[in-house]
Design a protein around this ligand. Sequence first.
Ligand code: 4AD
Ligand code: MG
Length: 433
Amino acid sequence: MPKTYATVATLPKVVTQTVTVRGWVAHLRSSGKVAFIVMRDGTGLLQCVLVKNQLTPEVWERFATLTQETSIAVTGEVRAEPRAPGGHEMGVTDLEVLGTSPHDYPIQPKEHGIDFLLDNRHLWLRSPRQVALMRVRHEIEQSIHDFYYERGFIHVDTPILTAAIGERSGLFSTEYFEEGTAYLAQTGQLYGEAAAAALGCIYTFGPTFRAEKSKTRRHLTEFWMIEPEMAFYDTHASMQLQEEMLVSIVGRVLERRQAELKELERDVSKLEAIQGPFPRIAYTDAVATLQAKGSAIVWGDDLGAEDETLLVADYQTPIFVCNYPKQAKAFYMKENPDDPRTVLCDDCLAPEGYGEIIGGSQREDDHDKLLARIHEEGLPVDAYGWYLDLRKYGTFVHSGFGLGLERTVAWITGTPHIRECIAFPRMMHRLRP
Ligand code: 4AD
Ligand code: MG
């Protein structure tokens, strides 16, 4: 008889039917007469029951050869079983070994050191916690695409090999034929601005690279960033959009990923509290508050991680810190007409000490002011000719921001270090696997 294949996720539709499920052994247990396999297939867990006197001797003996991570195909009738992991059970009539797995599978149900786990990241990914993290990450990504699609934003892919530098942080570079040095993009923003003048509201969503020698729980050398760029939005409209986006992402994860949040032991009441409006605090006021709380920060400094944690301690929702001093921020930010020492920008800080998840700003739309800033920063003007053209041919008020995906996943899932929030993290000392 031809086999009917099913995945664990689709089992509710085939209760009482005989199907074949393929996956990997997670747990094994046997009493001598009845044996249990808990298998996972990536979509969920299935408890398989083998009763010795209902099976051929070959099938029963095959059970004894199984080890953790053996890949198998099990055939049998599906029953609803609320007490079983995953809520279903299979009465096995046939068991096939697809791929054996030696007894030395590195990831065991015991405490492993983080370096060991990262060295074995290709296998660690199979663990329930890592699976839950990847599923929530996927939900966040999809919710972002849906959020912008529904608002008519156009998704634009921007280059990874670039000649112009976007941010101040470290650069990865490579030789590029006869063209000199190419840099791995630190941001898609500058190209996003050009696209906004063509399409109105756009977003980019791609990998970005920073050769930062920071070994913190918030820094990767390769991370994914979503960068919307909006024609005719000022800094206030941009913050409004950021707020709506974050409320929407959190709501979507709460709505669709309760099982994963439970696996991650996330306190969901903290996420349920994420509703607008988010407080907007001027940088200058933030500095005064921080000084009163004992921070050594002085006006002009960027906020450090500890300052961010101190500042958000008073709030349940993300907060915006607005209008930083010029010297603390990138060259493309628009000068604040009310206080030219500062720029029209915002950092969005996540609650619970997760720190900056978004950096945004209104862009300098005055050609000559922008050119002066490029000179001041010592940037190669010839690489920015095209960027200056955007201010020459129909300059326009526009704003945009960048949301760091891994930091957002860390916050929403309550994961202390972002290295677990991407399948294969790239950090200063980590290029493999
Ligand atoms: O504040 P950043 O540097 O802003 C930009 O890149 C702008 N071009 C964005 C824009 O206006 N279009 O980075 C934005 C966000 C940060 O808030 C943080 O969430 C994340 O990107 N980020 C990092 N995430 C992980 N590892 C790193 N090394 C990161 N650097 C920034
Ligand atoms: Mg920033």
